[in-house]
Design a protein around this ligand. Structure first.
Ligand SMILES: Nc1nc2c(c(=O)[nH]1)N[C@H]1C(S)=C(S)[C@@H](COP(=O)(O)OP(=O)(O)OC[C@H]3O[C@@H](n4cnc5c(=O)[nH]c(N)nc54)[C@H](O)[C@@H]3O)O[C@H]1N2
Ligand SMILES: Nc1nc2c(c(=O)[nH]1)N[C@H]1C(S)=C(S)[C@@H](COP(=O)(O)OP(=O)(O)OC[C@H]3O[C@@H](n4cnc5c(=O)[nH]c(N)nc54)[C@H](O)[C@@H]3O)O[C@H]1N2
Ligand code: SF4
Ligand SMILES: [Mo]
Length: 702
C-alpha cells in the first residue's frame, strides 16, 4: 500500500478552492481517496474548503452514478456499448431533423458545463452540427441579464466588472448570499474572511435581501426589501447621487449619461420607497454613505438576476458604480485579465436576432430563454420541438414550471442526456451517456478565472486513472459528432484535446509566449497550487468593444423598461411572495445523494415569518400546501424571524420523490421542488430571464 498526494481546484462551485487529495494505492484494488483537505499553498484560496469538497469522494464512489451508456427499454434501462450509443443518438436525431427541420431538435446545457473545461471546449463540436435555433441553458435561470447588460453597455457579454473585494471600503450587496454560495460572478474563495477584512480595515458591508441571510447576519447594515423591489431602490439611489451632486467624473469614455440623468429624474427616493419597502431617508443616506466612501462597489447577484426587473437592476448597478467613480477603479469594480481570455478571443455577442416561436422571447448569443422550452415542445405547429439533448442539466428541477416541462418531455420522440445520473430530468431520456468523474479528468477553470477577484491560473492533471472503457465528456462529443457527421454528411473539422486548446489559449494570451511570464500548459503544470498573476487593474477603457469604443450608458431597450418600473405597484396587504435560498451543504439539484451532505435535520422547509404564520393560524413545523398560478407542493413550514413579513423562502433543487429517479439517498430526503411553483410566464421583460424570485403564492395548512 502506498499513498500519493495530489493538488487540484475544486470544480463544484465558483470559488475554485485549491484541494489536496490523498490517494491510497492497494496492490489488488482500484486507487481510493483517503483524504480531502484545503490546499494551504494555494495563495488564492489559502486553504479554504467547504463540506461539499469532501463529498467529491462520495461522487466518485456513488453506486448510483452511471459508468456506461444506458438505453431505455420500456420502463427499464439496458447498458450498451459506446458504438451502439453514438449510432443510436445520431440516427434518431438526424431522422427527426430530416422529417421536421433542424429546429425540431432542442438543446439544454446545465450548470456543470462551465465547471468542466472539456464540456466548454467540445460541446459545440457536436451541438454545433445540429444547427438548431432552439438552444437553451441554465444561463437564462441565472446570470443572463448580467451578460446582456455588459453586451449593451461595454460591447461584450463577458466584460463583467467584478467587485474588488480585497481593496474596497464599502460593499453593497443586493440579492447575493456569498456566505452560503461562496460567491457568484465573483470568484472569491474564503469570502467570509475577505468580507470581514473589509470591516476590519474600517470599511462597511451593506446587504439588501428579503431574508436576513447568513451574509446579512455579518453585515454592518441589512435592509429588508420587497422581492422584485431592487430596481426601485437602485433608481432611488442613482437619482439621489445625481440630485445631491454626489457624482464623480470618470476617466472612461461615456455616451448617454445626460440621457440617463434626465430619465431618472422622476425616480426620487420618495417615489421609490413604497415600491421597495425601504424608507426614503434610508435610501438617501445609503447613497450618501456609498458616495462618501473612498472606494465602494455595488454588486447584485441571483436575487436581482432572477426577478422581473433583472436587466434594469444590473444596468443600475453598473451606473451606480460608474457615476460614483468606482467603475474600473481599484477598490470598486474591475474587469479581469485572465490567462485564457475569452473576451479577447470571442465576439461580443448578439441580441434579439431571432425570437422563440411561441412567446417571442429574444435570443442572446444564440440561446433562447429556457422559460420557453416546454411550450416549444407542447404547442403544435411548424417548428415544434420533438427531440431534446440535455447536457449536464436537470431542467425539471431547475427551470420554471417543472411539472409542465415533465409533460413536455413525456411527449418527445427522442431524448438524449449526457449526464452522470438517472434523475428527475434524465429519467425521460431514451439514452444516457455518462462521462468520467471530475477527478478522473484534467481541470482548468476557463470560466472562473474570468470572474475571479484576482488574476489567477491553474491546471491540474487527473487525480484518479480513467477507468477502462470510460470516456470524458469531450470524448463523448467527439464520438457523437463523428457518428452524426457520418450519417448526415455534414463535414467535421479536426480537433485537438481540451488540454491542447488551453495550451494554445495560454500561449497566445497576455501572459503567453510574447510576455515575460511565458505561460504554457507545461509551465502551469510546474505550479500545482496555481499561479497568482496579480491583482485586478483598471483596463475597461481600453477594452470596450462597442461600435464606437465608448461606454454606452443609455441602451435604448433598457431605458424603455423604466416605463414599466414607473407602473410598478406597492404590494397588496396579505400578499405572499416566494423567494429561494442556498445552503453551503447543497449544490443546485444534484448533490443530495451523499449521506455526508444531507445527514442531520432537513434543510428544505418553507421559511415564514411568525406573524405570517399566526395570521393564517399555522404552527411552526406543520405541513403546509403552497400554491401558485402553475402548481402546488406540500412541505413543512418553519417559523423564522429572519424573513421579511410577506415573504416566504424555499430552496430549489429538491423534489426527488419522482418515480424512476435512481438516486437512493436523495429520494430519502426528497423535499419539494420550488420550480413546481415558479411561473414560466414571469420573466425579465428585457432579457426573458426567468423571474424565479418574487412569485405570488398562497400558503394553507396541508
Ligand atoms: N427556483 C430556483 N431555481 C433555480 C435557481 C434558484 O436559485 N431558484 N438557481 C438556478 C441556477 S443559478 C442554476 S445554475 C440552475 C442549475 O440548473 P441545472 O444546471 O439544470 O441543474 P443542476 O442541478 O446543476 O444539474 C446538473 C446536472 O449535471 C449532472 N452533472 C454533474 N457533473 C457533471 C459532469 O461533469 N458531466 C456531465 N455530463 N453531467 C454532470 C448532474 O447529474 C445533474 O443532472 O438552477 C437554476 N434554478
Ligand atoms: N452551497 C451552494 N453554493 C452554490 C450553489 C448552490 O446551490 N449551493 N449554486 C451555485 C450557483 S449555480 C450560483 S448561480 C450561485 C448563486 O450565488 P448567490 O448569487 O449568492 O445566490 P443565493 O445564495 O441564492 O442568494 C440569493 C439571495 O437573494 C435573495 N433574494 C431573493 N429575492 C430577492 C430580491 O428580489 N431582491 C434581493 N435584493 N434579494 C433577493 C435571497 O434571499 C438570497 O439570500 O451559487 C453557487 N454556489
Ligand atoms: S467553496 Fe466548497 S464547493 Fe466551492 S470550490 Fe470551495 S470547496 Fe469546492
Ligand atoms: Mo447558477
Amino acid at each position: 500500500m502506498n499513498k500519493t498526494l495530489h493538488h487540484r481546484a475544486c470544480h463544484l462551485c465558483e470559488a475554485i478552492c485549491g484541494l489536496t487529495l490523498e490517494i491510497t494505492h492497494d496492490p489488488d484494488a482500484a486507487p481510493r481517496i483517503t483524504s480531502i483537505k484545503g490546499d494551504h499553498h494555494d495563495s488564492f484560496s489559502r486553504g479554504h474548503i467547504c463540506p461539499k469538497a469532501v463529498a467529491l469522494q462520495d461522487i466518485q464512489n456513488d453506486p448510483d452514478r452511471l459508468r456506461t451508456p444506458h438505453k431505455r427499454v420500456g420502463d427499464s434501462w439496458q447498458a450498451i456499448s459506446w458504438e451502439e450509443a453514438f449510432e443510436l443518438a445520431a440516427s434518431k436525431l438526424w431522422a427527426i431533423q430530416q422529417a421536421h427541420g433542424q429546429n425540431a431538435v432542442a438543446v439544454y446545457q446545465g450548470n456543470p458545463s462551465v465547471h468542466n473545461y472539456g464540456l466548454m471546449t467540445h460541446s459545440n463540436y457536436f451541438l454545433g452540427l445540429l444547427k438548431t435555433r432552439n438552444r437553451f441553458s441554465a444561463t437564462s435561470v441565472d446570470q443572463l441579464p448580467q451578460h446582456l447588460t455588459s453586451y449593451l453597455m461595454y460591447g461584450h457579454g463577458l466584460l463583467l466588472p467584478i467587485p474588488d473585494i480585497d481593496n474596497t471600503e464599502f460593499m453593497l450587496i443586493l440579492g447575493g448570499n456569498p456566505l452560503a454560495s461562496n460567491g457568484s460572478i465573483m470568484t472569491v474563495p474564503d469570502v467570509e474572511k475577505r468580507l470581514k477584512a473589509v470591516q476590519a480595515r474600517g470599511g462597511k458591508l451593506v446587504v439588501v435581501d428579503p431574508r436576513r441571510s447568513e451574509t446579512a447576519a455579518i453585515a454592518d447594515q441589512h435592509l429588508f426589501i420587497r422581492p422584485g423591489g431592487d430596481a426601485a431602490l437602485l433608481s432611488g439611489l442613482l437619482n439621489t447621487l445625481f440630485a445631491e451632486g454626489l457624482t464623480r467624473v470618470s476617466a472612461l469614455p461615456v455616451d448617454g449619461l445626460e440621457e440617463v440623468k434626465a430619465a431618472l429624474a422622476p425616480f426620487t427616493a420618495e417615489a421609490m420607497s413604497p415600491l421597495c419597502g425601504v424608507d426614503a431617508h434610508v435610501i438617501r443616506q445609503l447613497a450618501r454613505d456609498f458616495a462618501a466612501a473612498d472606494k465602494a462597489v455595488c454588486y447584485g447577484r441571483m436575487g436581482v438576476s432572477t426577478q422581473s426587473f433583472a436587466t434594469l437592476c444590473h444596468w443600475l448597478v453598473q451606473l451606480i458604480n460608474l457615476v460614483s467613480g468606482n467603475l474600473d477603479r481599484v477598490g470598486g469594480a474591475l474587469c479581469t485579465e485572465p490567462a485564457v481570455d475569452l473576451v479577447a478571443t470571442t465576439s461580443g455577442g448578439h441580441f434579439d436576432l431571432w425570437q422563440s416561436r411561441v412567446s417571442g422571447l429574444p435570443e442572446y448569443a444564440g440561446e433562447l430563454p429556457v422559460a420557453a422550452l416546454a411550450e416549444e415542445m407542447l404547442v403544435e405547429g411548424e417548428g415544434q420541438v420533438r427531440a431534446l439533448v440535455t447536457v449536464a442539466g436537470n431542467p425539471v428541477l431547475s427551470t420554471p414550471n417543472g411539472r409542465q416541462l415533465e409533460r413536455a418531455l413525456d411527449g418527445l420522440e427522442f431524448m438524449l442526456s449526457i449526464d452522470l445520473y438517472i434523475n428527475e430530468t434524465t429519467r425521460y431520456a431514451d439514452l444516457i451517456l455518462p462521462s468520467t468523474s471530475a477527478l478522473e479528468n484534467d481541470h482548468y477553470d476557463a470560466t472562473f478565472n474570468l470572474l475571479a477577484v484576482r488574476n489567477v491560473s491553474r491546471f491540474n492533471r487527473a487525480v484518479l486513472p480513467k477507468p477502462e472503457g470510460a470516456l470524458h465528456d469531450w470524448e463523448i462529443f467527439v464520438g457523437l459528432a463523428k457518428a452524426f457527421s457520418a450519417i448526415s454528411d455534414k463535414p467535421l473539422k479536426p480537433t485537438v484535446s481540451p488540454a491542447q486548446m488551453i495550451d494554445i489559449g495560454l500561449r497566445q494570451g497576455r501572459y503567453g509566449d510574447a510576455s515575460a511570464f511565458k505561460l504554457s500548459l507545461q509551465g502551469l503544470e510546474q505550479h500545482p497550487h496555481g499561479v497568482d498573476l496579480g491583482p485586478l487593474q483598471p483596463n475597461l477603457g481600453l477594452r470596450l468593444k462597442t461600435a464606437n469604443q465608448r461606454l454606452q450608458a443609455a441602451p435604448e431597450v433598457i431605458l424603455q423598461d423604466l416605463q414599466r418600473l414607473a407602473r410598478q405597484q406597492p404590494l397588496a396587504p396579505g400578499q405572499l411572495l416566494l423567494i429561494g435560498r442556498r445552503h453551503v451543504r447543497s449544490n443546485n439539484s444534484w448533490m443530495h445523494n451523499f449521506h455526508r451532505l444531507v445527514k442531520g435535520k432537513s434543510r428544505h422547509q418553507l421559511l415564514m415569518h411568525p406573524d405570517d404564520l399566526a395570521s393564517r393560524q399555522l404552527q411552526d413545523g406543520q405541513r403546509v400546501r403552497i400554491s401558485s398560478r402553475v402548481g402546488e407542493v406540500e412541505v413543512e413550514v418553519q417559523a423564522s424571524s429572519d424573513m421579511m413579513p410577506g415573504v416566504v423562502s424555499l430552496p430549489h433543487g429538491f423534489g426527488h420523490a419522482r418515480a424512476g429517479v435512481h438516486m437512493e439517498i436523495a429520494r430519502g430526503q426528497p423535499g419539494a421542488s420550488a420550480n413546481d411553483l415558479t411561473d414560466e410566464r414571469q420573466c425579465d421583460a428585457v432579457s426573458g430571464n426567468a423571474a424565479l424570485n418574487g412569485v405570488p403564492v398562497q400558503v394553507v395548512a396541508a
